[in-house]
Ligand binder design. Structure first.
Ligand code: PLP
Length: 492
């Protein structure tokens, strides 16, 4: 299996090279050159397999330069019951007659990013070893909350890697701040930046673009890398849970094998839903994907009209991990729909950069309509959905999952729908409690306790005892000092 650039501007590379390189240096994203297909028998057999066994089947199709033993080691290091509090890894919970909730948040940080970020460090170290790359990798992350902590947990104490996370000092919740600032590990660093998320992201991008710094780093045997969802090593793990969810539906008798179902995905950067689309291409019986956005509805408009228009106001919402105007992984989806037309993708993305919009035209729009339905959910509807589902079923949704639940109901076409649940309600306790009870807690940890009472569940391990944990990182820097702080950490 080789990997190509979505913009037709790079040589073919192996999986190890794609994972080590991250983004295509000249712009563009790595995609597999073909989509291997499972037979119906193979998919049927998955119903009786563990999560880990399903992962092995999927990974062995794509990581053809890894040995079976290497793949097993990566899986065992990541998907075990030390890291995940549920032995199914991602349980499927029935909610009403037609809706099923795929809980992707039983990992160490209570957000679905753990599904990928627990295994990606193993993929990366295996890839480096394969390529005989002895340099030290320094992962720089700008985060608005969830990614930072998930990346810290994934990469902490991994040999040959250092990780530095930057977050906006007033741009994350108290819980998110504490989650990051209390991270243990001999190779981690967390720094607050006086500015907003964009300032953090721009500062990190500038570091990547600094040639002088790069030369210095090479001299010292250091390579910079990132942990965001444009890396193939973060996307591939997500394909697994689509097969897993379907297998669980068959195993528990909710559907017979071969029945088509729909998936509804709360979407930001389009990574999660794209992984589902890739599973469909590999033979999974899925009819449609419902792409659900919050008030930042650029994707819902795109799927309705075929025109991607980023020229609009950015809204801060109660589902902050979906507050995004440019969904990077959409590029991979469009590459596939155009039959791998790198030239056309380049043209569209040049237009997006220059004019803030591009249109895909009638033909592509028709193909899109067959597989994806877009929808979006306002802030009021998000609250209303949390309250309604709690009152009718006792299940407590987090704000992101609630966005998707609203869309699953709005776009229901008679098939069973699996709703990807991307965060534990504990992670967004304030908003969840307010939606259900109308109460607003000053102390977020009081809201955490209330979520436990409402849902009759134990507080998620990621949040339990967090308030008492020792704060290890409390540095705050100006945005102009971000680069200096990295140099300082790397002793340059
Ligand atoms: C990252 C995130 C999303 C968005 O996922 P994408 O793959 O970027 O579409 C949704 N919900 C939560 C809780 C997240 O952390």
């Amino acid at each position: 299996m080789n990997y190509l650039s979505t913009r037709g501007n790079y040589k073919k590379v192996t999986a190890a090279e794609a994972i080590k390189t991250g983004m295509v240096p000249s712009g563009g994203l790595f995609v597999p050159e073909t989509f291997p297909k499972f037979t119906a028998e193979e998919i049927k057999a998955m119903a009786n397999m563990s999560y880990q066994e399903k992962a092995e089947m999927v990974f062995s199709k794509y990581l053809t330069d890894f040995t079976a033993d290497e793949i097993k080691k990566c899986i065992n290091g990541a998907y075990n019951t030390v890291n995940f509090t549920n032995d199914k890894i991602a349980p499927v919970v029935k909610n009403g007659d037609n809706f099923y909730i795929l809980e992707l948040w039983h990992g160490p940080t209570a957000a679905f990013k753990d599904m990928a970020l627990q295994i990606m460090p193993y993929f990366l170290t295996t890839s480096k070893a394969k390529l005989n790359d002895k340099s030290e990798t320094v992962i720089l992350v700008a985060t608005s909350g969830d990614t930072g902590k998930a990346a810290l947990e994934g990469f902490k104490n991994i040999d040959g890697i250092k990780i530095v996370v930057f977050y906006p000092v007033d741009g994350v919740s108290e819980v998110q701040k504490l989650q990051m600032a209390t991270t243990e590990g001999n190779n981690t660093n967390v720094i607050a930046v006086e500015g907003n998320f964009d300032d953090c992201q721009t500062a990190v991008k500038n570091i990547f673009a600094d040639r002088e710094l790069k030369a210095k780093l090479i001299e010292k045997g250091i390579e910079l890398s990132s942990a965001n969802s444009i890396n193939w090593g973060r996307l591939l793990p997500q394909v697994v849970y689509y097969f897993h969810a379907y297998g669980e539906m068959v195993r528990t008798g909710e559907i017979t094998f071969g029945t088509e179902i729909d998936f509804c995905v709360p979407t930001g950067n389009f990574g999660n839903i794209l992984a589902g689309y890739y599973a469909k291409k590999m033979g999974l019986p899925v009819k449609k994907f419902i792409c659900s956005s919050n008030k930042n509805n650029v994707l819902a408009d795109f799927f309705a009209t075929g025109k991607y228009d980023r020229k609009r106001e950015f809204h801060k919402t109660m589902s902050p991990s979906m507050d995004i105007l440019i969904s990077s992984n959409l590029e991979r989806f469009l590459f596939d729909l155009t039959g791998g037309n790198g030239e056309l993708i380049s043209k569209w993305y040049d237009e997006l950069a220059l004019k803030g919009e591009f249109s895909v035209g009638e033909d592509i729009k028709k193909v899109m309509d067959e597989v994806i339905t877009g929808d979006y959910c306002s802030e009021e509807e998000t609250e209303k959905t949390i309250k309604e589902i709690y009152e009718s079923t006792g299940y407590v949704l987090d704000t992101h999952t609630a966005v998707a639940y609203k869309s699953a109901k709005a776009k229901f076409e008679g098939r069973k729908v699996v709703i990807d649940s991307t965060a534990s309600p504990y992670k967004f306790s304030n908003s969840v409690v307010k939606a259900i009870t109308g109460k607003e807690h000053k102390d977020e940890f009081e809201a955490v306790k209330e979520v436990s009472l409402l849902s009759k569940t134990e507080i998620h391990r990621a949040l339990d005892g967090l308030k008492e944990k020792k704060v290890i990182y409390n540095r705050v820097v100006k945005k102009s000092e971000v680069e200096a702080s990295v140099k300082n950490i790397l002793k340059l």
